[in-house]
Design a protein around this ligand. Sequence first.
Ligand code: GTP
Ligand code: SPV
Ligand code: MN
Length: 575
Amino acid sequence: MTINNEYVRKWVEEIAQLCRPDAIYWCNGSEDEYERLAQQAVAEGKLKALDASWPDCYAFSTQADDSETHRECTYVCTDHVEDRADTSLWMAPEEMLGKLASIMENSMSGKILYVIPYVLGPVGSPFSQTAIEITDSIYVVLNMRILTRIGDAAWSQIGDKDDFFRGVHVTGDLDISKRYIAHFPEYRTLYAVNTEFGGYAFQGKSSLAMVMSSAVAAKEGWLAEHMMILAIENPEGEVRYIAGAFPSSSGKSNLAFMIPPAYAKGYKCYTVGDDIAWLRPGPDGRLWAINPEAGFFSVLPGVNEKSSPRAAEMIRKNTIFTNIAVSEDGLPWWEGKGTKAPDNLLNWQGVHWDMQSPYKAAHPNSRFTSPASQLTSMSPHWEDPAGVPISAIIFGGKSSLTQPLLIEAFNWQHGVFLGASLSAERDKTLERNPMGILPFLGASMGDYLRNWLSMENRLTAPPNIFRVNWFRKDEKGDFLWPGYGENFRVLEWILGRCYDELAATSTAVGMIPRAEDFNLEGIKLTQAELVNELLAIDKTAWQKETAEVETFLHSFPNLPAEIEAEIAAQKERLS
Ligand code: GTP
Ligand code: SPV
Ligand code: MN
């Protein structure tokens, strides 16, 4: 396909002038192209081909300090500082562009510049967005082909228009002190330099689908969220959709890939997405969601046939592994794989590893990249151009003590407050993380929350909102709740609240299930334990929590009055 779009040609030419690659390659997205580039990457030593028992699977390792997102590298550069995203760094656009230009200058000499056109969302959907990423990394091209819809379909959707998002990725020298992930939402342009980590280098993921899109969405009145989408079909064949926002590494993928437990006869679960959702009010007054992605870039440690059978099956072929351990014979391994580590294992940094080694074999944030079409549980509607209607929104945190297993919001406004006060424990510290999107938010917190609040008036049948916590612990430090597939029990109650007019008990912080409505069949948990341990609300702990939430939310300028009112109301109910 020849690219006649003048805007595309001019921009690619401009970047090439600056970066000085040896050649420019225009991706068509074909199978053939993928195979050829994968082989080239293996020949160059960039990817390692796995053993034939893992057909068409490859392993890649990043530089050690380039294996997860770093907030100190992430900028949202708006023209006016008042419009900044409070949770990212800000630099004046001119200044950032100057820094980027000096890093990009001659950065691709001896390399090939790849032009990747892509579509986020189903091709042809009115919800979808087109974009082009320029990169000097074959690894990025290969991953983007799995994670988004790249190539000729995208060229057709871009056509001769100028409204595509522009992104440039330069691997550079990987110097973390000069690593910039710079978003210019007002110009629909972004850059990632001196990194090759997927969270940044696969621009269709967090950078475009969340950071840039949440800025655009807050202005246009839709939502771009860090959410999985799960479908539950009941024995009568009725399908309901649940969207769930959780901070990174808090259980979205596991929930999206869940299999109902044995007691739930006749129920089925289907996946729509595991990480990102775009949601809009539909003409029927319900909230409709699409998954902008076409594949998964998900956490690997802990994935095994028992905990996550569907994911374990999916990743057996056509998968790119990042930062895992691989044996000299090409057998992959990671913590929680459920099998013994193979002999002659090299850890994710290529150093010999055995059970005595003091370090982990795979990076805790090691990931697999697999096509969604390979997951046996994908919903038949996952690529529906209209999206799927959402019945319930759940916000999920990580809390050992304070948060109960489950609460339901009193109403939409209280639900937005529940989301705004979300938090997750990481390495013993509690990170406050509104809606789980804080590191990926491109708008100011005030504008973001106001947009969420405004949805209430634009929906005639808004989803019910819930907050869940799979991670409460006993005095010994063990999880009180079995989690994983058993989380279905929580979802069953949630749908019961949305459809079956189940009653609930009011507490100072939200509504909780009555013990008799909550299914405990087949697990070692009594109604008394459910009520006294998993659902208990400790007033003193909650007074402290509310004061901390207040301090945290007050750190943002321009907080909506409705959120102030919710803080005051919760304090009052707890007094
Ligand atoms: P990102 O891709 O970083 O956005 O993460 P995610 O939210 O998709 O998290 P994921 O599902 O990959 O889970 C992260 C970690 O939480 C894994 O180590 C899981 O084993 C663990 N986990 C997931 N669900 C549960 C659960 O129900 N209970 C417990 N105890 N752990 C869980
Ligand atoms: C996350 O960190 O929440 C991810 C991976 O899903 S990344 O692409 O790094 O954002
Ligand atoms: Mn994520």
